[in-house]
Design a protein around this ligand. Structure first.
Ligand SMILES: *Cc1c(COP(=O)(O)O)cnc(C)c1O
Length: 393
C-alpha cells in the first residue's frame, strides 16, 4: 500500500513548520467532506447547475474519418468559465466554507484558474485575492478584468521571473500570515499533501463520466486516453477513470515549446529531474545547480516548471507515457480541429489533439478508439493565435 500522500517516492509534505497546522486542518476537513453524503450532494449539484455537467463525450466523425481512428472528445471546453478548472474550484470553495474560512487566495498564470476561483468566490460569498506575476498581469489584461468583475482583488507579483512560480510563493506567504481566515485554493495536482490527491478527487468526475459514456456508446473501453499536462489536473482527472484498466494506454502531452530538441524549457517530465518544488517531491525542470528553470510555451496554462507528483509516479512506474508537442504542432492541431469539427480548442488542449493526430497516423494504431480530453475552449487564445498566424485582429 502507498503511504498517505505518497505516490511511490514522490509527493509528501515539504513546507515550513508554520504551515503544518493548516495542512493538517485541511487534510482532516478534506477526508471528512469526501465521506460526507451532504457535502458530496452539494458539490454534485454545483457541478450540474453552476458548471454545466455532465459534459459530452463527442464523436469527432470528420477527424476520425480523416485519421482512420475513432476519436472521441471529452468536452470540458463546454463548462462555465471555459475549462475543467471550475470542477476543482467548486470543490475547494465548498471545502473552505465547511472549514469556516472567509477568504480564498489563489495563484494564476494565464488567469484561467484565477477566473474559476473568482466566480466561485462570488457565488459562495467568499473574499478572493489572486496572486499573479506582474508580467502575466500585463499580458492577460482581459482576464484580470474578468476576475475584478467578479469582485476579486488581483495582486501583481513583482519578484523573480514575475510569473506563475513566483505567484505560488507569494500565495504561500499570504497563507502563513492568515491561516485562521484563509484557504489557499491551489489550481492543479501539485503542492504538499493533501492537494495532489484532493485536486485529483475533484477532477476525477471527468474520468468517471468518460468511462461510463464510452461504455454506453461503444460497449467497450477505449484503447487510449490522451490529455495535456501542465500541473497535471485535467489529465489526472481523466486518467483516474481508466488507470485500473491495464489495457487502456494513458498518454500525457507536455508543452515542448519552440523545439523539443533545442528548447531548454518545457516538457518537464521528458527533461526534468527529481526535485522539491512548491511543497512536494516530484520531477522538476532545473539546471545543473538545481535552479528552477523558466518555461516558454505558447499555451500559458502549460507553462509550469513542475508537475504533480502522481504523474512522476505514473511515468517512473511505466503506467502512463509522456510525450512533448511543439508550439507549431499545437497550432496546426488547433486549426485542424476548427476546420474539421467546428470546435475551437484551448491551446493547451490543442497539444493533446496534436499528439492524437500523430498517434493515429502510426500504422500500429490504425482503427483504435481514442479519447482526447478537450480541457478547455480557445476563446481566451484568439490574440495569441492571430499573432502566431500573422493575422491582424
Ligand atoms: C490550466 C489549464 C491546463 C493545464 O492545467 P492542468 O492542471 O495540467 O490540467 C490545461 N488546459 C486548460 C484549458 C487549462 O486552462
Amino acid at each position: 500500500m502507498m503511504q498517505k500522500g505518497k505516490f511511490g517516492k514522490y509527493g509528501g509534505v515539504f513546507v515550513p513548520e508554520l504551515l503544518i497546522p493548516a495542512i493538517e486542518e485541511l487534510e482532516q476537513a478534506y477526508y471528512e467532506c469526501i465521506n460526507n453524503k451532504e457535502f458530496l450532494e452539494e458539490y454534485n449539484e454545483y457541478l450540474r447547475e453552476f458548471a454545466g455537467r455532465p459534459t459530452g463525450l463527442y464523436y469527432a466523425a470528420n477527424l476520425s474519418e480523416q485519421l482512420g481512428c475513432k476519436i472521441y472528445l471529452k468536452r470540458e471546453d463546454m463548462l462555465h468559465t471555459g475549462a475543467h478548472k471550475i470542477n476543482n474550484t467548486i470543490g475547494q470553495g465548498l471545502l473552505a466554507k465547511y472549514m469556516g474560512k472567509t477568504k480564498l487566495i489563489a495563484e494564476t498564470g494565464a488567469g484561467q484558474h484565477g477566473i474559476a476561483t473568482a466566480v466561485i468566490g462570488a457565488k459562495l460569498g467568499l473574499d478572493v485575492k489572486i496572486y499573479m506575476g506582474s508580467k502575466d498581469v500585463e499580458r492577460q489584461k482581459l482576464n484580470v478584468f474578468r476576475m475584478e468583475l467578479s469582485g476579486a482583488e488581483v495582486v501583481p507579483v513583482d519578484i523573480g521571473s514575475k510569473t506563475l512560480k513566483d505567484s505560488i510563493n507569494e500565495a504561500f506567504r499570504d497563507w502563513v500570515a492568515n491561516l485562521d481566515t484563509t484557504h489557499y485554493l491551489i489550481g492543479t495536482t501539485m503542492g504538499p499533501h493533501p492537494y495532489p490527491s484532493m485536486v485529483k478527487f475533484f477532477q476525477s468526475v471527468i474520468g468517471t463520466e468518460a468511462r461510463e459514456q464510452i461504455l454506453e456508446i461503444e460497449g467497450k473501453l477505449p484503447d487510449t486516453v490522451i490529455a495535456c499536462v501542465g500541473g497535471g489536473s485535467n489529465s489526472m482527472g481523466i486518467f483516474s477513470g481508466f488507470v485500473d484498466d491495464e489495457d487502456v494506454e494513458l498518454i500525457g502531452v507536455e508543452a515542448g515549446g519552440v523545439s523539443v530538441e533545442t528548447d531548454e524549457n518545457g516538457a518537464t517530465l521528458t527533461k526534468g529531474r527529481d526535485g522539491i518544488l512548491h511543497g512536494s517531491l516530484s520531477i522538476v525542470l532545473q539546471d545543473e545547480e538545481g535552479q528552477i528553470q523558466d518555461t516558454s510555451s505558447v499555451s500559458a496554462g502549460l507553462d509550469y516548471p513542475g508537475v504533480g507528483p502522481e504523474h512522476a509516479y505514473l511515468k517512473t512506474s511505466g503506467r502512463a507515457k509522456y510525450v512533448p508537442i511543439t508550439n507549431d504542432e499545437a497550432l496546426d492541431a488547433f486549426q485542424l480541429l476548427c476546420q474539421t469539427e467546428g470546435i475551437i480548442p484551448a491551446l493547451e488542449s490543442s497539444h493533446a489533439v496534436a499528439y492524437a493526430v500523430k498517434y493515429a497516423k502510426m500504422p500500429e494504431n490504425k482503427g483504435k478508439t481514442i479519447i482526447v480530453n478537450l480541457s478547455g475552449r480557445g476563446d481566451k487564445d484568439m490574440f495569441t493565435v492571430a499573432k502566431e498566424l500573422g493575422v491582424e485582429i
